[in-house]
Design a protein around this ligand. Structure first.
Ligand SMILES: Nc1ncnc2c1ncn2[C@@H]1O[C@H](COP(=O)(O)OP(=O)(O)O)[C@@H](O)[C@H]1O
Ligand SMILES: [Mg+2]
Length: 285
């Protein structure tokens, strides 16, 4: 196959994918997003010609640039993974929560408000602790666990005074008493490639925040939830985050531009091979 590799920076994850593609003899055209110009009916200037690509894999670090570029390539008639529809849903935590809820996928209780006053009312109704998150973002950044009315007032005031306007979309969530870890599943169209538990003393268990991870065997219930979450957001190459609730699981996030070097390192699974297997099958479909 002839794959377009859309990127902004080649990290370890991208190196792993590029090596796998090269080992399999696929033709790869690298597309540096910073150098592209997009017209309404095709690339402009010295941009990469995408007309004979079978598929484009979006590995851009910037979510919004990646989504715009995906939309344009789709409009030119090129298939992109992940699709813009999937990426748009996953990029926004409000969209993700609504989409999971509509599909009947278990997800933490969440409410949204747009002023400090109404957000404080939501928080008081939830009780303490609860969680306030930015609607876009990742790596556990700017998440707040709110333990008291005073800290709620401070977080809300800081967000509305110092934050980007998006930080005044207050996304408030119940605090889930998870057992010191959460579960990250890397899945292709709902089929798990590999999964890890991310363990930390801190309530935020992103590996970028220092959590320790180890391979995790999914039971049938978790697999079903992963399939349902995948279908709900439109399907693709996804990092699906679950928390254990005692008797089941709840999905708190679905990542569309997912990093996987860590899952590759700590599990016995060849993750890049699993991803490229899936991309090959997408091209053949
Ligand atoms: N409602 C919650 N209750 C308890 N822990 C949570 C909750 N939401 C998130 N976390 C913890 O914070 C981490 C980051 O949250 P997440 O919603 O995935 O945001 P990000 O996009 O920054 O990764 C999760 O992996 C989990 O460990
Ligand atoms: Mg997450």
């Amino acid at each position: 196959m002839h794959i377009g590799f859309l990127y902004s920076r080649i990290r370890k994850d991208e190196k792993l994918l590029l090596n796998e593609l090269r080992d399999r003899g696929h033709e790869v055209t690298k597309i540096d997003i910073r150098e592209q110009q997009f017209g309404l009916s095709g690339p402009k200037g010295d941009s990469v010609d995408v007309s004979d690509l079978d598929i484009i894999l979006n590995r851009c670090m910037s979510t919004s640039r990646g989504i715009y570029a995906t939309r344009m390539y789709e409009s030119y008639g090129v298939k992109v993974v992940n699709s813009s529809g999937t990426a748009e849903t996953c990029a926004d935590k409000v969209e993700t929560s609504l989409t999971l809820k509509e599909a009947g996928v278990p997800t933490p209780r969440t409410e949204v408000a747009f002023t400090e006053e109404s957000a404080l009312e939501v928080i008081e109704r939830f009780g303490y602790p609860c969680v306030v998150k930015p609607v876009t973002g990742s790596w556990g950044r700017l998440l707040a666990k709110v333990d008291s009315r005073h800290s709620a007032e401070a977080v809300l005031e800081h967000k509305s005074t110092l934050g980007h306007y998006e930080h005044s979309i207050f996304y408030i969530q119940e605090f889930v008493e998870k057992p010191g870890r959460d579960i990250r599943v890397l899945a292709v169209d709902g089929e798990p490639v590999a999964s890890i538990a991310r363990k930390a003393d801190h309530w935020i268990t992103n590996t970028s925040r220092g959590a320790e991870s180890e391979q995790f065997e999914l039971d049938e219930e978790a697999r079903e939830i992963v399939r349902d979450a995948n279908n709900a957001v439109g399907g693709g190459l996804l990092g699906i985050d679950l928390m254990e609730t005692g008797d089941s699981y709840t999905v708190h996030e679905v990542n569309h531009g997912t990093e996987f070097k860590n899952i590759h390192r700590v599990t016995d699974v060849d993750v890049p091979a699993g991803i490229i297997n899936w991309i090959e099958s997408e091209v053949e479909r």
